[in-house]
Ligand binder design. Sequence first.
Ligand code: HEC
Length: 185
Amino acid sequence: MAEGDRDAAAQGGAAGPGRAGAAGPDRAAAGGGGRRRAGAALLGAGLVLAALQFVPVERTNPPVVSEHRSVPAVDSLLRSACYDCHSNETRWPWYARVAPASLLLGRHVREGRGALNFSEWPAWDLEEQELLGRLIVEQLEDDAMPPRTYRLLHPEARLEPAERARIADWFRPAEVLDPLGLPGG
Ligand code: HEC
């Protein structure tokens, strides 16, 4: 009985001063809180950006073993509009060194080379070349390649309809099945 009373008294005593003191300082801090939170968010974003710089991105150009060959008029278009992502001759720009652009670019090149690599073209057998040729024609007719975001930064990769047609004509199956241009082939 006596012990219970003492506990109750202790709790009451502890709660009193705590509650009484809480209102003052809280209200005083509310004014600068928004600015401080914005500052912390900026600092946080800065730290994340800084940390991203250490994520390794492979910016390598493997050797060109066997190159796709076409006529100069087509070759120059492929080089200016497709080779950055679909060959081992990527022109890595300065922003390829700065995250997050470096991460996006690294992925584009990795995936682009995986889908189609003009630096390894002759290594594919004719059936695969024909399939890739069809996909290239399809991408050009849909105006889906090069990707729009890339065109924003690369004016030389913006192809006129006639230029897209010139590349597509080269890759139409008859051309692909007859890569040496043999008469009657
Ligand atoms: C900025 C990088 C980039 C450029 C430049 C680029 N591509 Fe691509 N391309 C990709 C990526 C990434 C993929 C794979 C992912 C996808 O299908 O969207 C791809 C896929 C493809 C494919 C396979 C599509 C499929 O259905 O599997 C073809 C064909 C292709 N590109 C043709 C071209 C041609 C032709 C050009 C030039 C006129 C070109 N690309 C320029 C990034 C690029």
